[in-house]
Design a protein around this ligand. Structure first.
Ligand code: DOR
Length: 439
């Protein structure tokens, strides 16, 4: 058994405030909080100048494993997570093969147990013909429906098929909400374009609003638990503000959708700026940020979706959509807190507590007696530049390349084991399957 770790004088952050105390970690759990005798510890971490946060749960990543592992795999993706203070993730089903059966799910979880240095779980993907699998699979965060096509071939856009899924079962449904007909019509208009800025018009705001509206109507009709992934429009925020109380509906936003904006980002980054749903203009970005601050949007995810330099070097129309993010989301938000745009309490609420509550994750998200020791120590003074070539993600680039931000994770602890420290990863640490309360 590993000797207990004592974190001394940590300023522990929750949405309710900051409390300076010692934290004793034993057998993978938070064993004691308060003023703790150093004799109890095998290892002592002096955290006098640091803040202690619950580990981040990123509820939307694509670690590409199995089948697309030249872009990322569960080892490199989870290492990137650990370096970014992310101790848990939910991965998406658009792998090869797609994760659409209990058998494929079991295979993924087997791979994850071997390769992941942080905790994991996986969405099951909906098709128009796998309802039984969607409802029978055990212990998953939810069902993912691509209502508009994106990377991979998962798509359920027919209203009757959607109605059938929403109407049968009770498990959470997470939707990529973009209307496929609107996208296809717009794609036709821009089919000869060479301008990456047109990506935002190929997937226009009304495609997002129409699809979100349909998902919300179905959630209301069946009182089904709905989570809307990566919101991108002012229109959806306004719509949700009115509708959210009518059914158990939640929503998330990705940092890149309020930190980057069109047309500048497309001019600067070309294909690297391309993701689905797209980065839009500042007006949408501001509405998303306000929606998060006001609580219309519940939490932050990254949609970490890496593609290689070679793939991104293709022309407009051919280059795939998606960008990495799991390694930079917490630093970007800490920087925002340092600038006074939000508080550390907000960051913990949006990135640790809320995702855990929304998905009914057991024993995580809070620094509490008996909870899993998934923790991250952050240095709010530390400044560092995000740099291509210096990242853990396999593709080794970031849309935030060249940004110097202040406030960085310095130590990440998963299940009581230090997995990230002094810039390095201890690959002997293994993550565990995240337990979902409702499954
Ligand atoms: O930009 C995106 N990339 N959006 C998605 O929905 C999928 C993702 C991917 O897997 O590449």
């Amino acid at each position: 058994m590993k000797a207990p770790i004592l974190i001394k004088n940590a300023r522990c952050v929750s949405s309710q405030g900051i409390v300076q105390q010692d934290v004793l970690i034993e057998d993978g759990k938070i064993a004691q909080l308060g003023q703790i005798n150093t004799e109890l510890a095998g290892e002592i971490i002096d955290a006098s100048n640091l803040f202690l946060l619950p580990g981040v749960l990123d509820p939307q990543v694509h670690f590409r494993d199995p089948g697309l592992t030249w872009k990322e795999d569960l080892r490199t993706g989870s290492m990137a997570a650990a370096a970014g203070g992310v101790t848990s993730f939910f991965d998406m089903p658009n792998t090869k093969p797609s994760t659409i059966t209990s058998a494929a799910m079991a295979e993924r979880k087997r791979g994850a147990a071997e390769k992941c240095v942080v905790n994991y779980n996986f969405f099951i993907g909906a098709t128009d013909a796998n309802l039984q699998e969607l409802n029978a699979v055990k212990n998953v965060p939810g069902i993912k429906i691509f209502m508009g096509s994106s990377t991979g071939d998962l798509l359920v856009s027919d209203v009757q098929d959607l109605d059938h899924i929403f109407g049968h079962g009770s498990r959470l449904i997470a939707v990529h909400a973009e209307d496929d007909d609107i996208i296809n019509a717009a794609r036709e208009i821009y089919k000869n374009s060479k301008d990456f800025n047109h990506h935002q018009f190929v997937r226009p705001p009304d495609a997002a609003l129409k699809s979100t509206t349909l998902a919300v109507e179905l959630a209301i009709k069946y009182q089904r638990r709905l989570h809307i992934l990566h919101l991108t429009t002012k229109d959806e925020v306004q719509y949700l503000e009115i509708q959210k109380g009518k059914a158990p509906i939640s929503a998330e936003v990705c940092p890149q959708h309020f930190l980057l904006s069109a047309p500048f980002v497309y001019k600067k980054l070309g294909a690297y700026a391309q993701m689905n749903p797209p980065i839009r203009n500042m007006e949408h970005g501001e509405a998303l940020w306000n929606g998060l601050v006001n609580g219309v949007i519940d939490c932050i995810a990254t949609d970490h979706a890496p593609h290689t330099h070679e793939e991104k070097a293709q022309s407009f129309g051919k280059a795939p959509s998606g960008m990495p993010g799991v390694e930079t989301s917490l630093p970007l938000m800490l920087d925002r807190a340092n600038r006074g745009m939000c508080t550390l309490e907000n960051v913990v609420n949006w990135m640790c507590e809320k995702p855990v509550e929304l998905y009914q994750v057991k024993n995580k998200g809070f620094i509490r007696d008996g909870f899993d020791a998934d923790l991250v120590l952050v240095d709010m003074q530390k400044q560092k530049m995000i740099e291509n070539g210096k990242l853990f993600t396999k593709v080794n680039w970031s849309p935030f390349n060249g940004w110097t931000t202040q406030g960085w994770p310095v130590t990440t602890i998963v299940n009581g084991h230090i997995v990230f420290q002094d810039g390095g990863i201890d690959e002997s640490v293994k993550g565990q399957e995240i337990q979902i309360g409702s499954s």
